[in-house]
Ligand binder design. Structure first.
Ligand code: FMN
Length: 169
């Protein structure tokens, strides 16, 4: 699969098979994030693969309804940015981390995995942040869901190219 095919065929998956990614596969996938473009190479992204104990504690802190949603994917990876406090750097670092997350989603697609970029509100709550060991200056960017696909979600309608691309003289 070439990059264009991965970009066009990636979908948000909300259902997954049961098999989690092995540690080697996960390392290979998250390694792609390190190559994202990043001004001044601050490399602000941090990834946490959530193990069973952590997941159980988060589910406990998040409440029953959210816990059900968190159980949808067999593999969850939290992506955060460490903020410096400088507004311009922070903006660029958030963009760079988003690019890093997208690299992971595209890599997952290329490997035949289902994925989903989710930003659950509960990851902003102190009890959940404490379980994850998030620093005060760490911003959650994505809870990346990964696993075997069990469906083929339809593509969501996009604006036509003519609406989003302008050639200036
Ligand atoms: C920054 C960001 C946050 C997102 N957070 C959520 C979320 O919390 N819940 C959700 O259902 N989808 C979330 N999504 C996924 C989008 O809803 C999804 O990408 C969009 O509907 C387009 O569908 P597609 O990914 O299949 O192309 C998020 C996507 C991005 C980029």
């Amino acid at each position: 699969m070439d990059v264009g095919d991965a970009i066009r065929s990636r979908r948000t998956h909300k259902q997954y098979g049961a098999e989690p990614l092995g540690e080697d596969s996960l390392r290979d996938l998250i390694d792609l994030a390190r190559y994202a473009p990043n001004h001044h190479l601050t490399q602000p992204w941090r990834f946490r693969a959530l193990g069973p104990e952590t997941r159980a504690r988060i589910e406990g802190a998040a409440g029953a309804k959210e816990a059900m949603k968190l159980r949808r994917a067999p593999t969850l990876v939290l992506a955060t940015t460490t903020l410096s406090g400088d507004p311009l750097t922070d903006e660029e670092d958030l963009h760079a981390t988003a690019a890093a997350v997208y690299a992971v989603l595209l890599g997952a697609t290329e490997r035949g995995l289902a994925s989903y970029w989710r930003t659950p509100a509960c990851f902003g709550e102190p009890a959940v942040r404490e379980v994850l060991g998030l620093g005060a200056n760490e911003r959650v960017v994505a809870l990346i869901h990964l696993g075997p696909p069990v469906s083929d979600p339809p593509g969501r309608e996009r604006l036509p190219l003519a609406d989003v691309l302008t050639f200036l003289p």
